[in-house]
Design a binder for this molecule. Structure first.
Ligand SMILES: Cc1cc2nc3c(=O)[nH]c(=O)nc-3n(C[C@H](O)[C@H](O)[C@H](O)COP(=O)(O)OP(=O)(O)OC[C@H]3O[C@@H](n4cnc5c(N)ncnc54)[C@H](O)[C@@H]3O)c2cc1C
Length: 416
């Protein structure tokens, strides 16, 4: 069923009895050409592009819970391509371009809202670092504007420029950045993939990966064995656990990241704002709630909830930047499992097991990458070669030393 104004009108007149399920809740078949493990944004996008771009048909996505129940439905919805390193910028910019056409592509309202992402700076050294990043972006054709204090005051008059705890000296602005409704991305890709014949199999946990003669032969799941010669792992925070099923030890640690939502208020913050003197980022949802977050909890965990010291730390960061936040009540918070890689950058690559491919290490920035990640992972799975914008995301960079340390933090997953 195609969604349109006409369809809305017809259904409204018919009492909304004609809507059909957005995707087929498939049962596992005995075998597929390709199986994607993980029904998050990356897994579903991969399946969609395998079918749409590469014309493959016998594809399944197996998800241990329900689609959208993982990080794709838990993040703070920020999308941007304001990176510094050559290995990252073209990839994230490709993702931004795919976001820009996503709703038409999927015929689904994912609420893509390019309301701008503003990174504040509070010192001369930080301004220089942001100028360098902005220049790197512009060299790659990505939009970036360095705002001085006067220009910033015009752009964001609601910030405290007079007696802030950490004086605001300017900001790096990417106007094309913004937010996208997170779970709608999962639903939109699921619907579009299902329409192209992809089986989306929920409540189906992968419990084993069978290998014969050094190559993948199939998957043991909670719903039986599925034969397949090609498997793509897109399990985000569970990547290391699933890879361990074939004895692979990944350069990844799993940590918790929390998100917070306030009560709804009138329009207050038009875009996304990040604090430069602490780890804090905030935007306002269409319903009026302020959506914000900060650092990971900082210890290894597979839990989907965090602890109070981080709640306090995030709220302190928020209050230092926007003291008015103290007048709002916090409505909800939750946690997600972050696959923190050793250099803070992702992996889209083959593994030493023939037929087994890996998409992981997104840390807490993988939502913005969803379209490009799916696009590039589908390319790798279909052609057995990396896509041009994802060549830096090799698994062996951790042994060869070709790290992609965007933040310059060294081999400490909890700092990226
Ligand atoms: C609080 C929070 C805030 C964030 N904010 C942002 C942000 O603002 N911008 C941004 O770019 N990124 C953000 N992120 C990161 C982003 O959400 C993730 O990097 C990204 O969603 C991960 O990819 P995914 O969508 O495929 O993951 P998921 O949705 O987690 O998908 C992985 C799926 O694999 C399934 N799975 C695991 N093991 C198995 C198994 N054995 N068998 C079958 N299925 C299995 C899981 O159930 C899960 O559904 C945030 C994350 C969190 C938690």
């Amino acid at each position: 069923m195609r969604y349109s104004w006409r369809r809305l009108l017809i259904e409204a007149l018919r009492g909304n009895r004609g809507w059909t399920p957005a995707w087929r809740d498939a049962a596992p078949a005995s075998g597929y050409d390709i199986v994607i493990v993980g029904g998050g944004g990356h897994g579903l996008a991969t399946a969609y592009y395998l079918a749409r771009v590469h014309g493959l048909r016998r594809i399944a996505v197996v998800e241990k819970g329900w689609i959208g129940g993982g990080n794709v439905g838990r993040n703070t919805t920020i999308v941007r391509s304001n990176y510094l390193l050559d290995g990252n910028i073209p990839f994230y910019e490709w993702s931004m371009k795919l976001w820009e056409g996503l709703e038409q592509e999927l015929n689904y309202n994912a609420m893509v809202s390019q309301r701008g992402v503003l990174n504040l700076f509070h010192s001369d050294a930080q301004r220089d670092a942001f100028a360098r990043r902005g220049n790197a972006m512009r060299l790659h054709g990505v939009d970036a504007e360095l705002l001085d204090a006067a220009a910033l005051r015009r752009y964001a008059p609601y910030l405290n420029y007079d007696d802030a705890r950490f004086p605001i000296k300017g900001g790096l602005l990417q106007r094309r950045g913004g937010t996208v409704r997170h779970d709608a991305v999962a639903w939109g890709y699921a619907r579009a993939a299902s329409t192209l014949g992809v089986d989306i199999i929920q409540n189906c946990e992968v419990t084993g990966i069978r290998v014969a003669g050094g190559a993948v032969a199939g998957l043991d799941t909670s719903r039986g064995f599925i034969a397949t010669p090609r498997v793509g792992l897109a399990c985000a925070g569970n990547s290391s656990r699933v890879a361990a099923l074939v004895g692979l030890r990944l350069p990844i640690e799993t940590h918790v990241l929390q998100a917070f939502v306030s009560e709804a208020v009138k329009p207050l913050i038009p875009g996304v704002v990040t604090f430069g003197a602490g780890h804090f980022y905030i935007s306002q949802s269409d319903k009026g709630s302020l959506v914000f977050g900060g650092d990971i909890d900082g210890y290894n965990s597979y839990a989907q909830r965090g602890n109070l010291p981080t709640v306090e730390d995030v709220c302190e960061g928020g209050m230092a930047l926007m003291p008015f936040l103290g007048r709002l009540r916090l409505l909800r918070s939750w946690g997600g499992q972050m696959d923190m890689s050793m250099d803070g950058s992702p992996i889209i690559d083959r593994t030493p097991v023939a037929g087994l491919y890996l998409n992981a290490g997104w840390c807490y920035g993988g939502f913005k990458a969803t379209p490009a990640s799916g696009w590039c992972f589908a390319h790798l799975l279909a052609r057995d070669e990396p896509h041009a914008v994802a060549t830096a995301y090799r698994l062996d960079r951790f042994s060869s030393g070709h790290l992609l340390d965007e933040k310059g933090q060294g081999p400490f997953p909890n700092r990226h």
